[in-house]
Write a protein that binds this ligand. Sequence first.
Ligand code: DGJ
Length: 469
Amino acid sequence: MRMRNKYRKPTTLRCNAGNRCSFPVVVWSLVGCLVMLHLYTLVHHKDGDGGEIQMRAGHHLLFRELKEVEEENIQIPPPKGKRSPRAAKRRPRRTTTLIDEFLDESSQLRQVFFPDRKTAIDPLKDAGNESFYYYPGRIWLDTDGNPIQAHGGGILYDQRSRTYYWYGEYKDGPTYHAHKKGAARVDTIGVGCYSSKDLWTWKNEGIVLAAEETDETHDLHKSNVLERPKVIYNDKTGKYVMWMHIDDSNYTKASVGVAVSDSPTGPFDYLYSKQPHGFESRDMTIFKDDDGVGYLIYSSEDNSELHIGPLTQDYLDVTRVMRRILVGQHREAPALFKHQGTYYMITSGCTGWAPNEALAHAAESIMGPWETMGNPCIGGNKVFRQTTFFAQSTFVFPLPGLPFSFMFMADRWNPADLRDSRYVWLPLMVGGAVDQPLDYNFGFPLWSRVSIYWHKRWRLPYRWNAKKR
Ligand code: DGJ
């Protein structure tokens, strides 16, 4: 027997007395209204000053070059030296990959990955047509004509002096192995600092935190490790605070170090090192949020996960609050940034100085949960994308005057001669739907895609910094 459900919603709507409209008719009328409204808005904008439409068109033009997908077609050269047909039959020669070539110092492709001094970016000489062009991977000279030494670095935009400061590892010394199986290293020299108004011409401000030559028990003794220094400004104390990875040559101390200065160009006073929250800390970064709260993010538990926690108000220590994020994902080289209230992070895998695939992550709250979105690299070729363009993330910062745009900074490490490691700076854009199903949201993308575009040669649009913050 069919039961009548008195609570069942009617599928038809009563319009007027005696007049019945079907549900699809109502839906289609609504769609029609919306289309009309949209057309009206467009025409209205055209009739008016056209500002919105022009802005969108201008916006598109501004980014067209940056978002162009540039392909790379690098042919792997045939192996050198002749072999007898018998030898070739006995043991066929292993074919090499582009990654093998990158890691091979004597590769015929060495110039492709590490172009020589003749091609260096020289802001003092490259006037005219070459002005402001970035060439990822080329030697980059400072205003004294010396290669910039700021590896594993980060940028501070100093509101007070309206100047960018680039801090990084000053590695201008010989590379050697402290232990048979240990990673290649350079004795610690200190933290280099460079200043710029245009993000292209960099003046050497000297070593703002120097290594300790004699006291072997000191964290900064030259035999130890100082990596990935980052600086943020504390509005409350008026101090510039530097955090860095401090380690011994075996990477067993796994600590963070803190230094402070009254000026962005130092000298910085070294305060202490510690294992934050009582945990190992290797690759790390710091991030200053819009509300002024500082955060430390570090690889921990044998690099199997990242930890994140707020800093104290003076930025000189961590608080007791900490969350484990990206647990079991084995990520390092974190570079965190924020766009329209959402937090994003680029990380690398853990393969020493060798390049690997970058991943982008996003979170609504900085303390997590963080979701992994996928590889943000676009262009080059498959191997370029699988190796973060043969580089490793270190920092991302917003480009003022260019909405949705950031600078992605990475290091192309040269483990045979670490001082000759190169910089890979590329445009990073936030926008568009993500292309991978996500973990926590039943496959519905919540966040915009993060894209890092490969360019052999590129520059920021004309007057990009006209509207500085
Ligand atoms: C990878 C890290 O990201 C670098 O900063 C450095 O510590 C190397 N490992 C050392 O092998």
